[in-house]
Design a binder for this molecule. Structure first.
Ligand SMILES: Nc1ncnc2c1ncn2[C@@H]1O[C@H](COP(=O)(O)OP(=O)(O)OP(=O)(O)O)[C@@H](O)[C@H]1O
Ligand SMILES: [Mg+2]
Length: 375
């Protein structure tokens, strides 16, 4: 053990205290690009990875204004959005072009409270995710192709099951409980129910694929939120009243700009989850909206069972379900809803986060930057 180590009281092991040399070594070999700026936006620190990702040397970076070093408009826009986003801030994916090559970066921003003795005020972490995005795209393409191929045979099975079920239901007296026809009818019902679930799964997979596709066209139009929520609530009238759920709204901002179809898909999925998880008769779902600088904040809050802290970030992953047993039988779902929400919001340059307390409830918060009017 060298001089740079110290004993931890009550433990037999010893812990390294990093010396300047070790910190320098780690700093130079971090895969993540790190850029720190002071209160006036001058760059105080820039590691080699950040220099590499931005296409300039790390030593040339230090002492310059951040806006002069960031040459990619997309990256600068992402930084501006991150700066205007209240914490907790999710990271933002950004595509940049360096030396004729496209790179996909994941950018995170951390702010340092002004009352610390540190000179740095903001730290940007930049990860090159080009390869993992490429692999994810390959997997997604495979799933989308398979889903596409499944559509035709599924439609055929569904029509056959529905026709047989209709004739079994029309069979009258020979349908008596315990009879052969009755068994047949029950099996047909199981078949039909599962075909519908498969059809929903394939539909969700294809919806996810089109949300991720570069061909997706996003059209920003004026959205009148009370009307959109009213339309969604109408679609769920049966389930809301069956469970005796109260739907409350608090609109501090009624009108803003978004892609209507994408926003409706996202809000409908969040409301669908809230309905599924709140308790019967005491369930409350609250929809809130407000403006924050040039962003819109939308919240879907519920008083359901909450999501354990270790699962909160993972619920946006495809097929991730916290506890399959907890979900309601006939509305069990497949775990794709929140992945669809995340992609729909990301397509509008926004972000969505979940905040949850076990036993108290869950809030999904959507942030949408406001856009210039489009035809
Ligand atoms: N409002 C909520 N309260 C508690 N848990 C939630 C809530 N929303 C989502 N979850 C958890 O996150 C998981 C993923 O949600 P997601 O919407 O992606 O899938 P799903 O609702 O199970 O199925 P699908 O949306 O495909 O029908 C859920 O299974 C549930 O465990
Ligand atoms: Mg869902």
């Amino acid at each position: 053990m060298n001089d740079g180590s110290e004993s931890i009281a009550g433990q037999s092991s010893e812990r390294w205290v990093l010396g300047a040399g070790e910190i320098e070594f780690l700093w130079r070999h971090l895969r993540e690009g790190v850029l720190a700026t002071d209160a006036d936006d001058w760059i105080c620190l820039c590691n080699p990875s950040a220099g590499r990702l931005l296409g300039i040397s790390d030593s040339a970076c230090v002492g310059q204004k951040l806006s002069e070093v960031i040459s990619s408009p997309a990256l600068w826009r992402a930084i501006e959005i991150l700066r205007r986003t209240p914490p907790p801030r999710p990271s933002r994916p950004v595509e940049i072009h360096i030396d004729g090559q496209s790179r996909l970066l994941d950018v995170t921003l951390h702010e340092i409270a002004p009352d610390t003795s540190l000179r740095i005020r903001q730290v940007l972490y930049i990860l090159d995710e080009t390869e993992s995005y490429r692999l994810a795209r390959m997997k997604a393409d495979f799933v989308a192709n398979a889903s596409h191929e499944l559509r035709t045979p599924l439609a055929t099975i569904k029509v056959a099951a529905e026709t047989l079920l209709e004739s079994a239901n029309d069979a009258g007296d020979s349908n008596a409980p315990g009879s052969g026809r009755d068994h047949e009818r029950r099996f047909l019902e199981v078949l039909h129910k599962n075909v519908l679930r498969l059809e929903e799964l394939v539909r969700d997979l294809l919806a996810l694929d089109s949300l991720e596709s570069a061909r997706l066209t996003v059209k920003f139009k004026e959205v009148f939120l009370p009307q959109m929520i009213g339309d969604i609530a109408r679609d769920y009238t049966g389930r809301l009243s069956d469970k005796g759920i109260r739907l409350e709204t608090d609109y501090r901002l009624n009108t803003f700009w978004a892609d209507r179809k994408l926003l409706k898909v996202a809000l409908a999925n969040l409301i669908d989850n809230a309905i599924k998880f709140v308790p019967s008769h005491t369930g409350v779902i609250r929809i809130r909206s407000e403006g924050y600088e040039d962003q819109v904040i939308l919240k879907v809050e519920d008083n359901g069972p909450g999501i354990p802290p270790q699962d909160v970030e993972r619920v946006f992953e495809r097929f991730y379900q916290v506890d399959k047993a907890r979900d309601e039988g006939s509305y069990a779902g497949t775990g794709l809803g929140l992945a669809i929400v995340k992609h729909a919001i990301a397509a509008m340059n926004g972000s969505v986060v979940a905040e949850s307390t076990l036993g108290v409830g869950t809030t999904f918060r959507i942030l949408l930057p406001q856009q210039i009017e489009e035809e």
